[in-house]
Write a protein that binds this ligand. Structure first.
Ligand code: HEM
Length: 80
C-alpha cells in the first residue's frame, strides 16, 4: 500500500500512529499483533530494517489524505 492508508490494516501515517501510547512501533512491527492479521516481521527483517520502516511510516505524507462529507455520502446506497 504505497499511499500508507491501509489495505487490510490501519493507515500507517503519523496522524493515526500518534495514538500509540507507550507502545513502540518497532515492537509492533517485529512482533505483530496477536490474534489479528498483522504479521510479525522479526524473522524476515533485521532490527535496522525494522527501524527504517518505523521511521518511514512516521514521516508525514506529501499529500495528506482527505475524506469529506461528500466523499462519505457518495459511498451510501439505498437498496430496495
Ligand atoms: C512492513 C509492513 C507492515 C507494517 C510496517 C505494519 C505496521 C503496523 C502497525 C504499526 C500497526 C498498529 C497500528 C495501530 O494500532 O494504529 C499495524 C496493525 C495492523 N496490521 Fe500491519 N503492518 C505491516 C504489514 C501488514 C500486513 C501484510 C497485514 C495483513 C495481511 C497487516 C495487517 C494489520 C492489521 C489487521 C492491523 C490491526 C491489528 C489490530 O486490530 O490491532 N499489516 N500494522
Amino acid at each position: 500500500m504505497e499511499s500508507r492508508l491501509g489495505g487490510t490494516g490501519p493507515a500507517l501515517i503519523p496522524e493515526s500512529l500518534g495514538r500509540l501510547k507507550g507502545e513502540s512501533l518497532e515492537a509492533i512491527i517485529a512482533g505483530g499483533r496477536v490474534a489479528t492479521q498483522m504479521p510479525a516481521f522479526k524473522d524476515t527483517l533485521i532490527a535496522q530494517d525494522i527501524a527504517a520502516v518505523a521511521s518511514f511510516i512516521t514521516t508525514l505524507l506529501e499529500t495528506p489524505p482527505t475524506w469529506t462529507v461528500a466523499d462519505i455520502e457518495s459511498t451510501r446506497s439505498l437498496d430496495a
